[in-house]
Design a protein around this ligand. Structure first.
Ligand code: PLP
Length: 439
């Protein structure tokens, strides 16, 4: 099956996460609007995964489009050391306002999620270094966690299921503990949480005083197989770290900006980190932009006469004004369009339709729903990125006009918030049809 719409230039492009030999050629897209992606032949696809979890309010949302155009005419870019500008100042203030509490108050801008994580890890290490506790260099991370594709991010995401084997000798050592994964009608979660927390306690007991930070995807682990945990679990993880002065990093690169039903997972869970990483949907899905936000207490350790106490680190496009303008417009849309209400309407449809398709004898196992995110496994096997069924299904869904990218046998839905009830129900009808046909 080849989609490549006769693309002559294809030979010059190396696509991400793609085996060029076995993948069908890419679909050449002409435009996208709302929840629809339209290819050069006029075929429409419903974007059920927000184009890799970046889109929020719909493709080509007019308010964000206008904000970008207006900003481009004023100031496209200026270096972000020695200079600042209104879009970045406004965005930093807004982010600190919409984050719960007032603990997180210093915003470091970069361009993508991986770099936001690398920044968080470096801040954590240098925080302890500047404090004179140079022994605090270990990290705790969670099994199946994913944090990006840089070397630091791969080190803390080593067990996500991606193939990091060729790089293994160059990854640093990380202490992994279990994530207490749960689902709808899960009878054993308390037992599983206890086991996971015991492992964390043991880890802290043995190495806590040498540990710089713990990193976790709060409430939902994304790329590692859409594992959900309960707020209770997250709160206990944070409490245990606080008790031992281990910094807590929340990677909200996927969960941020409403996915879980609240603006941020930390708000939903009632648990606050010392450092938070935001990216993906921050600009509404228009431009690359990320942030690493810390408490004032952490930032203070970097403020001194000595230049080497500073964080000598950054990206050239840090704080890009156009991307910040897009993010400011996107945040305004949340209140203008009552977006959180739209998300709870999506959640209701997810719950009803998932219940529908998860009947006795169904191939669907471990259904889970939170906010605009729904996920389930096919069959009882553990998630495995390379599982063949995923590739077969991806193709079948595309044939039915749905953009859905299974991770192996794990299917997730995360539509833009502008999706209508009719569109979402249509998607579930087609999913049921595909799963009921032979797979
Ligand atoms: C996507 C993702 C990243 C990496 O972000 P990029 O912008 O792709 O570098 C990191 N952490 C989580 C939880 C993610 O979902």
């Amino acid at each position: 099956m080849n989609h490549n719409n006769n693309i002559a230039e294809i030979e010059h492009i190396w696509h991400p996460y793609t085996q060029a030999k076995t993948s069908p050629g890419p679909i050449k897209v002409e435009r996208a609007t709302g929840c629809k992606i339209i290819d050069v032949d006029g075929k429409e696809y419903l974007d059920m995964i927000s184009s890799w979890w970046v889109n929020l309010h719909g493709h080509s949302h007019p308010k964000i489009t206008e904000a970008i155009i207006a900003q481009t005419k004023k100031l496209a870019h200026v270096m972000f050391a020695s200079f600042t500008h209104e879009p970045a100042l406004t965005l930093a203030r807004k982010l600190c306002e919409i984050l719960p509490g007032n603990k997180l108050s210093k915003v470091f801008f970069s361009d993508n999620g991986t770099f936001a994580v690398e920044t968080a890890l470096k801040i954590a290490l240098q925080y302890w270094y500047n404090k004179g506790q140079k022994n605090r260099t270990r990290f705790i991370a969670f099994q199946n966690g994913y944090h990006g594709d840089g070397f630091g991010a791969m080190s803390v995401g080593k067990t996500c299921g991606f193939n990091y084997v060729p790089f293994e000798n160059h990854l640093f050592k990380v202490d992994f503990v279990p994530y207490a994964s749960t689902w709808i009608d899960d009878a054993d979660i308390e037992k599983r949480e206890k086991i996971a927390l015991e492992a964390l306690k043991l880890q802290i007991k043995e190495n806590g005083s040498n540990t710089a930070a713990l990193i976790i995807e709060p409430l939902i682990q994304g790329s590692g197989g859409f594992h959900f945990c309960r707020p209770e679990f997250l709160r206990e993880v944070v409490r245990l770290c606080n008790e031992s002065s281990i910094l807590v990093i929340f990677d909200e690169i996927m969960t941020g900006f409403g996915r879980t039903g609240k603006m941020f997972a930390c708000e939903k869970a009632g648990a606050m980190p010392d450092i938070i990483c935001l990216a993906k949907a921050m600009s509404g899905g228009f431009l690359p932009l990320s942030a690493t936000i810390t408490s004032e207490e952490i930032h203070e350790l970097f403020v001194a006469d000595d230049i080497y106490k500073a964080l000598i680190h950054g990206t050239t496009y840090s704080g890009n004004p156009i991307a910040c303008a897009a993010a400011n417009a996107s945040i305004e849309v949340f209140s203008e369009e009552n977006t959180l209400e739209k998300i709870s309407a999506i959640e209701e449809i997810h719950l009803a339709r998932i219940a529908d398709i998860t009947q006795e004898g169904s191939v669907i196992k471990r259904p889970r729903v939170m906010g605009s995110v729904a996920a389930f496994n096919l069959f009882d096997s553990n998630s495995n990125y390379s599982a063949k069924v995923g590739q077969v299904l991806r193709q079948k869904f595309l044939d039915h006009g749905l953009l859905i990218r299974p991770f192996g046998n794990v299917i997730h839905l995360m539509p833009p918030y502008c999706i209508t009830a009719a569109q979402l129900n249509y998607a579930y009808d087609k999913i049921a049809e595909v799963l009921n046909s032979q797979i």
